[in-house]
Every structure is written in C-alpha cells, then in structure tokens.
Design a protein around this ligand. Structure first.
Ligand SMILES: [Zn+2]
Length: 824
C-alpha cells in the first residue's frame, strides 16, 4: 500500500471544514474522501459491504495500526473464536486475550435527517489516520467505521434541505421517507433484517467481524439536553446479561467524563431510550454479547445552526446524571461534530487502555450464554414439521439464521420434555453464544407494570412491549425446559422449506391451493401476472384425500400450470390438488392502488415493500390522483395505510405548497364515489376513522371514546393480542380460528345496534386478550371487533383496526390484507 503521500484533511478534500454552517458533503464526496484516505494512510482500508435500496454503494473503513492491518484476516478469525469459544482450546483463548486487539464498530447516521455523523465520520477517520496518540491506541484497537448506515437517506435529506433552506419552507418536514421503503423504521429492522442496508451491517457484525462494541451514532430533537449517552433508561430486558449492562454503562460514563473534561455541557443519561426494546441498531448487538452504545446529539437545522435561549429548553434536572446543563446560545452543526469526535476518541482510548477487559469479557459473555442455555429453562425451542403454513415456519428460522442464530434439524425421532418429535423437526438450542437474541425473539414478552407516577397511567416502553415472532408469523413451536440428548441433531447452513405435495393428474387444467399458506397468494399473483385466472372456493375443498377449509384459491388459464405448481411445491412448500375442471368465472386482474400521503408514512412504505416482495401488482397514488376522481375506472381496491383522519383530509400540518392540503373535500367525495360504485376501500389502523366519519359506517371506536385521563383505561403499547377470526368471511379465508394481531394504541371497533351490512371479520375474545407485551383494561374492549367489512353502496370498506403488515413482522396477518384485495 502506497503511504508516502500526505493524508488529505476533509477540509482540503471538500473545500470546507466538516460541520461548517450551511455545508454538507453528499455521499459521492464522502466515498471519494474515504478512497483518498485508503490511498494515503497505512492505517485505513476501505471495503465495500453492500448496496442500498437505491443502489448506492455502502462502505466500511477498517482502521488500525499498519501492523494490525497486515494481519487483519488473522485478527478477524480471532474475533470469531472469541465470539464462539466452543471447541477452541483454553490456551488459544488465553493467547487471544493477550494478543487480540479490541474491535469497535461505529455506524453513522442510520437516520438520514440525523445527518452530522456521516460528515463527522470523515474527520474521525482523518484524526485516526494522523494523530500520534490515536496511532498508539490503534495498536490495541481495530475500528470498523461505516460512514453512512443509510447513504440514500443522506442524499435525500440533503437535497430537500438545499431545495428549501432559503425559502419560506425552510425547516418544513420532508414529504417523503429518508429510507426508500421504511424511513425511520430502518432502526426497527435489525431482527427481521429485511432491507439491504440492514443485511449489509448484519453480515459485518454477526458473520464477519464480531466486534466487542457497536456504537450507533444518532441525533435527537433539540428541546433538551445536547448529547445523550448510556446508562440507558429502564426497564431492563431480562435477557440482557448483567455484564453487558455494566460494560455499556462503563463506556457511556467514560464518554461523558471526557466530554465534560473537554468543556462540553448538557450531556445526559437515562432519558427515554430503554433497555427493553429489541430490533434496533444498538439493541440487537446487546443480545449478541456486544456492548451496544447509542448517542443522540441535539439536532441543528440539518446543516444550518439554530439559536436557543436556555430558558426555552427542557433539560433534565441538575443531578448526578446531569451535573452541567447547557447554557444556551448558538447550536451549530460543528457542535454536533465536536461532541461526537470527543466521544469517538474516548471510545478508542478506553478500548485501548482496557483492551484486555473488553476482549476477556466478550468471551466470558459467550461462555455464560452457552452455560445458561445448557442448563435448561429453556433448553431449546422446537419447531415440529407439521405446520399450518410450513413456509412461514421456514421463514421464521431463516430470520434467526440471518441474525447469526444456529438452527438444527433432527435426523431421527427424539423425545424432549416427554414429547416425541419426528425426524425433520427443527430445533433452536439455547446453548449457543447468541442465545439472548434467539430467546428474546421466540419467547413471550411480559412487560412490567410501571406507572408514570403512583396510581397514574402506565409508563409505556420506548418502542414496543412485545414482538414474539412465532405468534406474529403463526408458527407452532414448543419451549423445551429440560435438557435432552442432542446427538440426533445436525446443524443447518440454510433452512429449506419442506416440499409441498401436488395431488392429481399431470394434465389437470385447474388446481386448488392450500388456503392456509401465505405462499398461495404468491402463486395467485403469479398466475394473474401470466394472464391466468383465479377465484376462491367458498366451501371447504375435499379432493383426492385433502380437506381444506373454505377459501382455497383455484387457479387456471396459464400454460405450463403443472410445472408452475411443481415449482411452488418445491420452492415455497405449497400444497396443491388438481381439480376436475376450471370454473366458469374468475378474476383476471388485480387493480390495486396504494395511497401515499405527503406525511412521509412508514406504514405506506412497509406496505409498498411487502406488496413488491409478494408480487402484488399495484399503483402508488397521491392526493392529486385521489382528488381527480374517477377512481373506479382504474381500480378495484384502494389501500390507505395508517394515517389520522386529519392528516388524510387536510395533509401535513406544515408543508411545501406542492404537498399541502391532503385529499381535501374533493378527495373525500372521490373515495365515497369509488366505494359506492363497487370498489373496495381497505383502511389500516388509524385510517379506519375515515369510514366512520365520511362513509357512514355504523361502528364506533371505543378506544378513542375513552377518557384520556382515566389511569385504568384500555391501553396496549405495541403488543400482540388474541383475536378470533371468522374464517368463513372471504377476508379471513385460510386464517386459524384464533391468532395474534399486532396492536399499538390502535382503534377498537364496536358495531352499533342499528348497523346494517356490517360483518365482523375478527373479534377480541371475552378474556385473556394479551398474548405478548403489555395491556391493561382488557374488560373495556372484550368482545369488540378488530376488523370489519361494511357494505357501502355497491362496494365495501374493509377496516383493519390494527396493523396487519407492521414492519413486515406479523406475516400471519398478511393473508387477510391480501384477501381483501380480491373482494368483488
Ligand atoms: Zn435516530
């Protein structure tokens, strides 16, 4: 590596100082700068780690001493042994503890509008390259620096800022998401791992590098403290190892001490961000024995400064966790950069000074996890091969595999907790290093009952209270308490779906598909795409020895149907049976529109992503297309994601003129006309209010009707609730009698006595509503509806008073969402 030329500073490369008022580098400039760094510094190598949703390259700088970089592959292999010490000789572990550098991962600006860390990353890399003290520290530390966790979001935000900053729209919220599909929820994707950016980072963390510390560099609002770092807020998730919690506190407190020593004020701890949540950039590493650090700097105006009087702020109270409030004044982008650079230096110096502590504790944590798992309680989670939807069972295990969890398969029958399981049963043993991650996804969450003050309303979690994946995905699984003989188990590299069965003659012209399987919808969308036809059996299917509930999709009218059916069985595990002859009438096309509001709706983005992934053909329509009317000519179904009535009808509170006003009265009339003319309007979560207010549907939202100050009111923040499905209703075709829905402060529907043409699709039972998470006051909503269909004119509205597609997790309730698109 040529290293004789001078390392250019960011200022030399960019023509402005990092964090200068009104100046932000775009992604291509940052890529160029890192390329120049690796060509001039012997301490820096740059790797490409993936590609974004919008096809920008993602990079990672590997920064360490030249000696360490020369043996970097050996160091990487050492990390893998420390992360999973099973089978590694004790001597070898002790040698690694003596010789292995500590490894820190730093990820900048996951959230596009929290923009300064991507700028700061250039200067951090530069000082790591030239500073002599840091150079010595790097003999003991490897820094993995991802300068842009969301490069699309950087450019999207920067473009909007440049377009508006000197206009009257300066500071108006962006009308679209800063991640193409999932916006802010890219920091909720770290256990499902659906997006390419999350996948790239996940490979670095749990497949290639196994760092001891993961620092996720964010910004927050600017009405309070200037910089948040751990210790985190309560409650504590019981799956986190105490030593991880202690090490997290240690890093945060060290950063705070260094910030204070450098004269930086307003550094806070234990605010808002809790240790319950799973799924984020810092919380998933914490379940992989990695110290997960979050920092949140107060924001400026994107790249412009703001002036703030101290008495206009709500900083934490003076105390041991907040000894030095910020005095107020100008808050500049450069201030954010400086706080983050001090924190970065602090981290590298701490890990260098206490290298052995970080390395030794990392291997200790892995050993503790393995020991806890081997002791049982639980010992394993078992996924039997017999499933309503084997495709979802395989997908659940793939989600775990992507997160670094080991999955086994039994080659012979075995017995666990007194139950016999056949060969082919999949097993997730808890005696593995990433046990906490697997256990936390597979078990039921019991969020503690905490109050905002004694006798007051519940204190909600920072994010969700419950997320149990088998419940969300409709997968049967058994928790095994006691250890059993595991010799029959074989580790799986990848998780194949069990092959589906195709019954009936080769020459059949029509096939029925098992309605309980999500893949049946994938097949239906493919058939329509290929010019075929579909309809849905209104009675149970009894053919050639199979008995399926009502709702089996019948497909016909495409060439090579048999080959397709065989492929679906092989690739998706779909069961199919040949039918005597094609029916007379079928659906030949799906004409779906998905409404995209100018409020930058993540719910819209997730829905769009799921439709694309599952092959649902659709158009995106915005306010202008809805206001223009004549929707029935083009569409059979219109889907409105979760949005309040006000936002839908009036638009964003503050918007650029091109994006203001919502659908307005013309759009409201157009949607009514669409439904009355025979269309299907599908409303998700909060958008059900539109049907109550504008379409005359005789239901009432009993959750919204409660007294907001009643501390005993019905309340469930991001939890899984039990509902009973009416599987004879076409929207619930293929659903089990009882299942979980994802519910977060959503509406709850009561059908009014004089309602006509309203059918309940899913209903809360009389008791035991909570499946995972937290809820109080269930008696207030017992027996009420979670989903209804209402006739309006010649058409209908389907009201899902929950989020059937939330963050792409509750895959069991994708089916009713897809079913609703086929109502005629
Ligand atoms: Zn953030």
């Amino acid at each position: 590596m040529a290293a004789n030329s001078t390392v250019p500073s960011p200022e030399q490369a960019l023509g402005f100082r990092v964090g200068a008022d009104g100046r932000l580098a775009e992604w291509s400039q940052i890529l160029d700068y890192f390329d120049r760094l690796q060509r001039t510094s012997p301490r820096i190598r740059v790797e490409r780690i993936g590609e974004t949703s919008l096809e920008r390259p993602m990079i990672m700088a590997v920064i360490s001493s030249p000696e360490n970089l020369r043996r970097i592959e050996q160091i990487r292999e050492g990390q893998a042994k420390l992360a999973d010490p099973r089978g590694v000789p004790e001597r070898e572990i002790e040698r690694l503890i003596r010789e292995q550098p500590a490894v820190a991962f730093i990820g900048a600006s996951l959230h596009g509008n929290e923009i300064m860390a991507t700028q700061m990353a250039m200067e951090l890399a530069y000082i790591l390259a030239i500073d002599p003290n840091l150079g010595r520290a790097l003999e003991n530390v490897v820094v993995l620096l991802v300068p842009g966790m969301n490069p699309d979001g950087l450019d999207i935000t920067r473009d909007w800022w440049l377009r508006t900053r000197e206009t009257e729209d300066a500071g108006a919220p962006m009308p679209w998401l800063y991640h193409h599909y999932v916006g802010h929820d890219n920091n909720r994707d770290f256990f499902m791992i659906t997006q390419p950016e999350t996948q790239a980072v996940t490979r670095v963390l749990y497949e290639r590098w196994f760092p001891q510390v993961v620092w996720d560099v964010h910004q927050m609002g600017n009405r309070g403290a200037r910089f948040f770092i751990p210790p985190f807020a309560d409650p504590l998730n019981p799956n986190l190892e105490p030593l991880i919690v202690r090490m997290t506190n240690l890093v945060g407190v060290q950063m705070a001490a260094d910030l204070t020593a450098a004269g930086k004020t307003g550094v806070s701890h234990q605010e808002t961000f809790d240790l319950w949540w799973h799924g984020g950039g810092r919380t998933v590493p914490a379940r992989h024995n990695m110290v997960g650090i979050l920092s949140e700097a107060a924001s400026a105006n994107i790249g412009d400064p703001i002036y703030q009087e101290a008495d206009s702020l709500r900083q934490p109270e003076l105390g041991s966790m907040f000894p030095d409030p910020w005095p107020g004044g100008w808050w500049r982008p450069r201030d954010i950069v400086e706080y983050e650079l001090i924190a970065g230096r602090s981290l590298v110096n701490l890990m260098s000074r206490q290298r052995e502590q970080f390395v030794r504790n990392f291997v200790t944590l892995a050993e503790q996890q393995i020991r806890r798992g081997a002791a049982g309680g639980p010992f394993a989670y078992v996924v039997p091969p017999e499933q309503r939807d084997p495709g979802s069972a395989a997908e659940l295990l793939r989600v775990l595999r992507r997160g670094g969890v080991e999955v086994d398969e039994a080659r012979e029958p075995f017995t666990a907790d007194g139950v016999s399981y056949p060969a082919g049963t999949r097993v997730v043993l808890m005696a593995q290093p990433f046990r906490a991650h697997a256990k936390d996804l597979l078990e039921v969450q019991r969020y503690p009952d905490r109050r905002q003050y004694p006798g007051g309303p519940p204190a909600p979690p920072y994010d969700l209270a419950g997320w149990t994946l088998p419940l969300q995905m409709g997968v049967e699984l058994d928790e095994i308490e006691e250890p059993f003989a595991t010799a029959v188990l074989v580790r799986l590299d990848s998780v194949a779906v069990r092959r589906g069965t195709v019954r009936g003659s080769d020459g059949a012209l029509a096939f029925a598909l098992d309605p309980r399987m999500n893949a049946s919808h994938r097949a239906v969308h493919e058939v329509l795409q290929a010019g075929g036809q579909v309809n849905f059996a209104t009675a149970p299917t009894r053919e050639q020895g199979v008995t399926w509930p009502a709702g089996a999709p019948l497909v016909w009218g495409v060439a090579d149907l048999r080959q397709r059916v065989d492929r679906w069985a092989r690739e998706w595990g779909l069961d199919a049976v040949a039918m005597p002859g094609p029916p007379h009438e079928g659906i030949t096309s799906l004409r779906v529109a998905l409404y995209k509001p100018w409020t930058a709706s993540m719910d819209e983005g997730w829905t769009r992503w799921i439709f694309e992934q599952w092959g649902v053909p659709f158009d995106t329509i915005a306010d202008a297309q809805i206001r223009a009317g004549n929707l029935r000519q083009s569409y059979d179904a219109i889907v409105v994601p979760a949005i309040t009535y006000r936002e839908l009808v009036q638009g964003p509170d503050r918007a650029h003129a091109d994006y203001a006003g919502g659908i307005g009265q013309p759009g409201t009339a157009a949607l009514r006309q669409f439904v009355e003319g025979g269309g299907t309007l599908v409303l998700l979560d909060s958008s059900v209010e539109f049907a109550i207010r504008e379409l005359g549907v005789r239901v009432r939202d009993v959750a919204a009707a409660q007294n907001a100050t009643d501390p005993q009111r019905w309340f469930a923040p991001g939890s899984l609730l039990r509902v009973r499905w009416d599987a004879s209703h076409p929207v619930a075709y293929g659903m089990p009698e009882e299942g979980a829905i994802f519910y977060a402060r959503s509406p709850v529907l009561e059908v009014l006595p004089n309602a006509r043409g309203v059918r309940v699709i899913a209903r809360y039972p009389e008791r035991d509503l909570l499946l995972s998470g937290y809820a109080q006051g269930e008696e207030r909503i017992a027996g009420r509806a979670a989903a209804v269909e209402a006739e309006v004119g010649q058409g209908r509205v389907v009201m899902f008073a929950f989020r059937p597609q939330h963050r792409a997790q509750p895959q069991q309730t994708f089916k009713p969402l897809f079913n609703a698109l086929y109502l005629r």
